[in-house]
Every structure is written in structure tokens, then in C-alpha cells.
Ligand binder design. Structure first.
Ligand code: GRF
Length: 214
């Protein structure tokens, strides 16, 4: 049976689209059961609707506990094998993360626009430029109870020193890193699905993969 995955977004959903397209092309052998959003206006939801992907609305206006309860009910009712955060801008509670891991055995992964453990949190591109990092990029990591802190699964990097000589702006850098994210995230999920479908459902957390991008 194919791995069953779900995706959580808050905004543009371009990583979600990259994952979905990779499923359509056969790069990822998995079933996408639903996409959820904390934001009913998230642009990515239009894509989900167009492609008939079920949408799970999360009522964060009623508080995080209520929204997470909806998620847990969904996971209990229709089990998934992997939960992928893709531009999901809320912080999941430690209780939710622990329930997924310990009760439902669902790993949660996230894509972050920096070479973790450098530049946790927001505004990673402008901070990378301000702090003159020689390298920059993106990371897929397991989600644990602390922010941007779980085991690193894979990274794509670019040579920022070179790009700074050409006076790259934070916006341009964000675009270039996002293009790397669209390659990296499907790649990691494809590896997970391949192992899962072969009966070895663990994530390659002990074996960090680094790819050099642009
Ligand atoms: C990506 O850069 C992701 O790493 C960050 O937010 C952005 C979301 O982009 N967490 P999208 O919604 O996938 O287009």
C-alpha cells in the first residue's frame, strides 16, 4: 500500500504544489489525503480546490487547542504515515507533536529556508545577507517540540558569498532558495515513500543528505 501523506500550509502553497506535482509525475509514490490551512484565504487552497484535494480547515480563530484537536481527530479517523509542513506559519504545541509521534506514530517534517541549525525562525534571507553567511539554502527536518530544532534530513545549499558580490537582494535570494525547496522537499518525501512502501517506514534521520544547488 502506498504511503499516505498530508500537507499543512498557510500561504502560497508552492511547496505543496511541488509535492503534488511530484506525486502526479510518479517521483513520489504516495497518496495525498488532505491539505490543511490555518488561513482560509491561503492562496494555495485555490490550487487544492482545482485539483480536488480534500481541504481541512483549521479553526485557529477559536484557539490553537481547538485547531489541533481537529487535526488529531482527522488523523485518528483516517491514519496518515507522514505529515508535511509546507510554509505552515503556526507553531504546533509540544503536546500535539508528542501525540503524533508517540500515539499515532506519524512523523512530522518541515521545510525551512536556511541551512539549519543556522538561522532558525523568520526573515532568514535578510539575516543571511546581514550576517554575511558564505552559504545559504534550505533544510528538511523532523519536527520536535522546539522550533526548527528536529533532526536534519536533507539540505540544499547555494554559494551566498558569490551572490553577495553580485549584490543579490533578500527578495531575489528568497526566490532562489524557494526554487531549491521545490526540488528538495519532493526528493525527501519520495525517499520516505519508497522506504515506507517497501515496508521500512523510517525516515533517514541518522544520515543527513546534503545536496549542492545553484
Ligand atoms: C517557504 O520558503 C518555506 O520554507 C517557508 O515559507 C515559505 C512558504 O512558501 N516556511 P510556500 O507557501 O510553499 O510557497
Amino acid at each position: 500500500m502506498n504511503a499516505k501523506i498530508a500537507i499543512m500550509i498557510s500561504g502560497g502553497g508552492s511547496n505543496m504544489q511541488a509535492i503534488h506535482q511530484a506525486i502526479i509525475s510518479g517521483q513520489i509514490v504516495a497518496d495525498l489525503l488532505w491539505v490543511s490551512s490555518d488561513n482560509p484565504q491561503a492562496k494555495g487552497l485555490a490550487y487544492a480546490r482545482q485539483h480536488m484535494i480534500p481541504i481541512l480547515a483549521l479553526p485557529y480563530d477559536k484557539g490553537r487547542a481547538e485547531a489541533e484537536e481537529i487535526l488529531l481527530q482527522q488523523i485518528a479517523h483516517q491514519p496518515i504515515d507522514l505529515l508535511c509542513l509546507a510554509g505552515f506559519m503556526r507553531i504546533l504545541s509540544p503536546d500535539f507533536v508528542a501525540m503524533c509521534r508517540d500515539k499515532y506514530r506519524v512523523p512530522i517534517i518541515n521545510i525551512h529556508p536556511s541551512l539549519l541549525p543556522k538561522l532558525k525562525g523568520l526573515n532568514t534571507h535578510s539575516r543571511a545577507l546581514q550576517e554575511k553567511h558564505a552559504e545559504h539554502g534550505c533544510t528538511v527536518h523532523l519536527v520536535n517540540e522546539a522550533l526548527d530544532d528536529g533532526a536534519i534530513l536533507a539540505q540544499y545549499s547555494l554559494n551566498l558569498a558569490e551572490k553577495m558580490q553580485e549584490n543579490i537582494t533578500a527578495d531575489e535570494l528568497a526566490k532562489q532558495v524557494l526554487a531549491l525547496e521545490h526540488q528538495l522537499y519532493p526528493r525527501v518525501i519520495a525517499e520516505f515513500a519508497e522506504k515506507f512502501n517497501a515496508g521500512k517506514g523510517d525516515l533517514p534521520s541518522q544520515n543527513v543528505k546534503k545536496y549542492v544547488g545553484l
